[in-house]
Ligand binder design. Structure first.
Ligand SMILES: [Zn+2]
Length: 247
């Protein structure tokens, strides 16, 4: 019975690993999309700075055009001033000249402000130049490394499936069918549960001391009174493995 129980334990370990690998394979597209999205967000934050720079440039061009336009109005106003026929015309042209000069000065002030902001933006882009230049290659690397991991998972899945079939084939038919029934019943795919600190690790029901002894002896298949799973207590090396995995 001991060797059959050991086979069941191994079968469960293999099936648990297969479940883990299957999950990796099935969620791969989603995960890859998440990685891509992360890189896209990064690219977006850089593009945002570049957009601010382009917007600043466009706004300065607009201001320069407005200044040019106002200068031509100013020339006309100055001509009017020179050729004023009477006091009224003179005052009108004077007011106009004044207003246009003020407007031009205001636009020029805005350009100075925008230039200061532009220099800040340029500095930011310069300090992030390395990041900007390596962005595409980092994205490609990140996705390639993810795909490599996925390939490894696929290969491991195949070898584990083979191993599972081999172990399963050596089980007595009644144990194989008990195992299958338990796996199908449980959402977590656990048919064989380890007893940890005196409790079934699948349903957390604590075991009577007598039952713990029976499980330890491995003379018969002992099932959990609460969840019906087949119980086992890991032997020393497996226990230290579990501890290592838990720590
Ligand atoms: Zn249980």
């Amino acid at each position: 019975m001991r060797s059959e129980l050991e086979k069941l334990i191994e079968l469960q370990r293999t099936d648990t690993n297969l479940r883990r690998l299957k999950n990796i394979i099935e969620t791969a597209d989603e995960k890859r999309a998440e990685i891509e999205q992360e890189f896209d967000q990064h690219a977006f934050s850089i593009r945002e700075v570049q957009d601010r720079r382009d917007k600043n440039t466009a706004e300065r061009t607009t201001l320069e055009n407005q200044i040019a336009e106002n200068r031509s109005y100013l020339e006309r106003a100055e001509r009017n001033l020179k050729h004023a026929q009477n006091q009224k015309e003179y005052e009108t042209a004077m007011r106009e000249t004044d207003a246009l000069q003020k407007q031009i000065a205001a636009f020029e002030g805005e350009i100075v402000e925008k230039l200061t902001a532009f220099e800040e933006i340029e500095k930011e882009l310069e300090s992030r130049a390395e990041e900007i230049n390596t962005m595409d290659s980092k994205r490609a690397e990140g996705i390639a490394s993810f795909d490599n991991g996925l390939e490894t998972a696929r290969a491991e899945f195949q070898s584990e499936e083979k191993k599972r079939a081999e172990v399963f084939a050596t089980l007595p038919p009644h144990l194989a069918s008990v195992y299958n029934r338990l796996v199908q019943r449980s959402r977590d795919g656990i048919a064989v549960a380890e007893v940890i600190n005196g409790s079934c690790s699948a349903c957390f029901m604590s075991l009577r001391p007598q039952m713990q002894l029976e499980v330890k002896r491995m003379n018969s298949v002992v099932t959990c009174e609460n969840c019906s799973r087949i119980l086992f207590i890991a032997t020393a090396p497996a226990a230290s493995e579990a501890e290592a995995a838990a720590s």
